[in-house]
Design a protein around this ligand. Structure first.
Ligand code: SF4
Length: 184
């Protein structure tokens, strides 16, 4: 067992968190969630995803920090990368922004959070090595420990579909930003 059991979990969306949250709780972690959300377009879609997240929070009993919705700021930060294909440099920047915001929140919250992880690696569409590389890099900058998980292992993604269905969670059909919706 680890001495420092507090863990901040970056939650990209409720369906993707439906396996990581209970699994981490079962491992004995004291899980605090973190939701960025400003990459999501349009606002109606953001609201649907936030509602799903609230269902998951209520179901699992975890505490979760929800950042202010600020899509203009997100758009400003990925400026110049609008025409990148999904999985390209825009997504790398987006992962970085989300994880950096999480690490920053862990430090600012005043809570004793020593460990950090993300739900992003449950997706079969995402570059899990890149995500874990970025997570480790950012965690080092903030002097916290990165938990290197690949949630899609052991049928993680399929299990998340089933768990989301059981909880009645809204499941989106695009990653989140205006460009991923455009490229459907
Ligand atoms: S496709 Fe997804 S990961 Fe890539 S920039 Fe858009 S919201 Fe972010």
């Amino acid at each position: 067992m680890k001495e420092n059991k507090n863990l901040l979990l970056h939650i990209c969306c409720a369906p993707d968190a439906s396996i990581p949250v209970p699994d981490l709780l079962a491992e004995g972690w004291n899980v605090k969630g973190f939701f960025y959300g400003s990459n999501i377009h349009p606002f109606e879609e953001y609201k649907k995803r936030l509602e799903a997240l609230k269902i998951l929070i209520n179901h699992t009993g975890i505490d979760c920090e929800i950042l202010e919705y600020n899509p203009d700021e997100w758009l400003e930060k990925i400026r110049g990368l609008e025409d990148e294909p999904e999985g390209g440099r825009r997504c790398e920047k987006c992962f970085e922004l989300q994880l950096e915001a999480g690490a920053c929140c862990a430090k600012k919250s005043g809570l004793k959070i020593e460990n950090f992880c993300t739900t992003l690696t449950i997706s079969p569409h995402k570059n899990v090595n890149l995500i874990n590389y970025l997570g480790e890099k950012i965690s080092n900058l903030y002097n916290i420990t990165w938990l290197n998980k690949i949630w899609r292992k052991n049928n993680g993604f399929l299990r998340s579909i089933r768990a989301s269905k059981e909880l009645g969670l809204y499941r989106q059909n695009y990653c989140g930003c205006i460009f991923s919706k455009r490229d459907l």
